[in-house]
Structures are given as C-alpha cells and as structure tokens.
Design a binder for this molecule. Structure first.
Ligand code: SAH
Length: 394
C-alpha cells in the first residue's frame, strides 16, 4: 500500500481524530497512488496514524477511513453502513418521515458518501475521490443492507470539481418508473423530484424545524421567504396559519409549492405566492408599512467557506434587519443559515446587530439545527452546518 509521510508536527489534527489531511501537511507521497486509492498516513517519524483515501488534486489531499490498523475492504464498509443504519433506527427517524438521510459522509465514518432514502429509493451522492473509488462496492452493500433495489445517483454537487470528478447523474442500480413521487413527512405529503430537486431532491435537514413551525403558526400572518417547494408554507397552513405569503425567485419552485398545498388538501385561499427577490421585496414591504406575525427566512448558502463569511454576514444582516422591522410586536422570526462559513456564535451576533439596527428588542427562544439523521461526529464539527434561531420580538 502507498503511504503519505506528513510534515513534522502535522499529525496533531489526526491524533485528535479530525479526518482531513491538507496538501500543506504532506511531506512525501510514495508510489503515486491512484485517485481514491487507500493509503497509510505516517507521522514524520514513520508512525502509523491512519488509513485514508487519496485525493491527488484536492487541497484536502487525504480523508481518513480508519484510525485503526485494519483492512479497508468490503466488510469494513459493510460495518460502517450497518452502523449508520442502526443509528437512524435507534433514533426512530422512520417515525418522522419516509425520507431521511441514511449516510452522512464524515459524520458516519464514510467521507464523501451521502445517501438519502426516499421511500423505496436510495439517492446516492459521491463527493470525493475515495467515495468514487469504492462507489460500486458501496452501491452493492447499500442494497444488501437495506433490502432495497433502486439507487439513483445525484453526484452533481460543485465540490466534485475540486476532486477532479465529473458530474454523474442517473440510475445506478434497479429502475425507476417515475422521478417524481410523494414522500410523507410528519403526516404531510410533498412531491419530490429526484432528478431536478435541490440537493438529493428535498431539504431533509429542515424536517424537525418545519414541524416546529407548524406548532407555532396558528392564527398567524406568516411570510415564508425563500419558500422553495413549500416546506414551511405547507406546514404553516397545516398548523392553522391565518395567511401565508410565500416568496421565491424560482417560478418553478412556486408552482411546486402550490402543488404541495393541493396535495395536502389545504386551504389555498389562505396562501399567496410572489416570484421575486426576498431582499427587494422585504424593502418594498417595509416602505409600504406591511407587517406579519411570523417570518421564516431560509436562504441558500451565502458562504460555503469561511473566506466568503464577511459578504455573507452582510446578506444575513440585511434580510434579518428587514424582517425585524416587518414583525409586529410579539411576532416570531424563524431564521436560518446553512453556510458552513458562519458558525453559531457569529450567526447570533449578526442577529443581535440586525435587531439593534432595526430598533427592536428580541430574545432567542429556541436554537434549531439539522435533524438526528444528520449527526455530527464530535471530532468533525464541520458536519454541523444548519443553524436556526427562533426569536421573539418584544
Ligand atoms: N425552506 C425550503 C428550502 C429553501 S432553499 C424548504 O424547507 O424546503 C432556498 C430557496 O431560495 C430556493 O428555492 C431558491 O430558489 C430561493 N432563492 C435564492 N435566492 C433568492 C432570492 N434572492 N430571493 C428569493 N428566493 C431566492
């Protein structure tokens, strides 16, 4: 097996069990390993540290499979997959929805591999050279361990480019009669399009937060900014909201949002859609003196990495400041960031600044996060990306 010799002192993060080795930490690579091949990571004094996958192009040059001196083979991956499935079973995720994350990459000990279950179909995303190297084995094991027959591949995330991998989308195992079918989440139905839906088809990470919103929405005038296919809109209506105004820049998303309202036989007369830019529309509403009891802001990632954090912070401050202004006294702001580059502390500071500049007083009444099917390995804090706050305006 090839090995990577690290620079002196660069074993520290591995000893803390962080699974990434950056290119700058590498002193020497033996034998030109293939992209994704398994390599040993050695400290500068040649001590075995971990066994990892090799990414020749990426800045993250290696990702750890195991810190033990054990074979990385089919049975190794079977154990990891089984353990991930067990975690979801223990946490009773199936009781919440028939669509949930089954494998969450580094957080489940399989860097690069994301597998989401939508009913009887698995959707697989392979994001790194290592997961690509083992993809066929992983696909076979996934079917063996779940007893399912179909895997659809959605390896179309931009990060693949950093690994020198091309986009791959299509059926990997079994067959599909339709790309669109309804899932049931906490009793509500949503049509998911596996081919064109965001991520692997749906924002599975907001499942618990959508339910929370349902519990709080009764008799409220709700604004759902960045509504996509209506995750929060449908829950607000189901929770008895007086009215829901749903905004998205995508006309297609708004159409699917309407379909999802109809799918649940909810009162369409209580809902209005506006196609447009949330930043501009919130300004316009402020100028018109409009107000709401509850505002949901679930924007796309403004800062994928820490480098874009400053610009992103301005974006978050802008929309949250406007939202505080549009909230009636006693109103509720449900606000999110899924930017990896903005941590929970910074997000809270941004909100504090927004409330201050809006001239309102508010308190955080709840911290929200991704669900139990997106666990976070203690040594891999990067796994926690979704941050949400429920704030009450005084
Ligand atoms: N809350 C949704 C997910 C939101 S995803 C759920 O639970 O399913 C983010 C959405 O924001 C996408 O649908 C995208 O089309 C929309 N979007 C991105 N930038 C926007 C902007 N400036 N104004 C309005 N919508 C925007």
């Amino acid at each position: 097996m090839s090995s990577i010799l690290l620079q002196p002192g660069r074993e520290k993060s591995l000893l803390r069990r962080h699974p990434w080795i950056f290119s700058g930490a590498v002193q020497h690579v033996d034998d030109e390993p293939l992209s994704g091949a398994t390599v040993d990571l050695l400290s500068a004094n040649k001590q075995f540290l971990a066994r990892a996958s090799y990414s020749p192009i990426s800045q993250i040059r290696a990702r750890v499979w195991t810190f033990e001196d054990e074979p990385v083979d089919r049975e190794f991956f079977r154990r990891r997959i089984r353990s991930a499935i067990d975690t979801r079973q223990k946490l009773k995720v199936e009781g919440q929805s028939n669509a949930y994350r089954l494998i969450y990459a580094e957080s489940d000990g399989i860097p690069g591999l994301i597998v989401d279950r939508y009913g009887e179909v698995l959707v697989l995303q392979s994001l790194t050279a290592g997961s690509e190297f083992w993809k066929e084995t992983l696909a076979d094991l996934l079917l063996e361990e779940t007893g399912l027959a179909t895997i659809y591949e959605r390896s179309d995330a931009d990060v693949r480019e950093l690994e020198g991998l091309e986009i791959k989308v299509g059926i990997l195992r079994g067959d599909l009669s339709s790309f669109v079918f309804p899932i049931t989440e906490h009793g509500l139905k949503f049509n998911v399009n596996l081919q064109s839906g965001h991520k692997t088809g749906f924002y599975l990470d907001q499942r618990l937060n959508r339910l929370r919103l349902r519990e709080l929405a009764r008799d409220k005038d709700v604004l759902d900014g960045f509504c996509y296919t209506g995750g929060f809109t449908v829950n607000a209506l189901a929770g008895g909201a007086k009215s829901v105004l749903s905004i998205d820049s995508s006309a297609e998303a708004l159409e699917l949002c309407k379909d999802n309202i109809a799918l649940n036989s909810l009162d369409v007369t209580r809902q209005t859609s506006i196609e447009g830019d949330v930043f501009q529309l919130l300004r316009k509403f402020r100028d018109e003196g409009r107000s709401f009891d509850m505002i949901v802001l679930d924007p796309p990632k403004f800062a994928p990495t820490a480098a874009q954090a400053e610009r992103a912070a301005r974006g978050y401050k802008d929309i949250n400041l406007l939202a505080f202004k549009l909230l009636r006294p006693g109103g509720t702001l449900v606000t999110f960031s899924c930017s990896g580059g903005i941590d929970a502390g910074l997000f809270q500071k941004i909100l504090a600044g927004a409330a201050l500049d809006a001239g309102v007083e508010a308190q955080i009444v709840e911290h929200l996060s991704q669900g139990q099917d997106h666990p976070v390995a203690l040594h891999f804090p990067e796994g926690a990306y979704l941050k949400g706050l429920i704030c009450l305006r005084k």
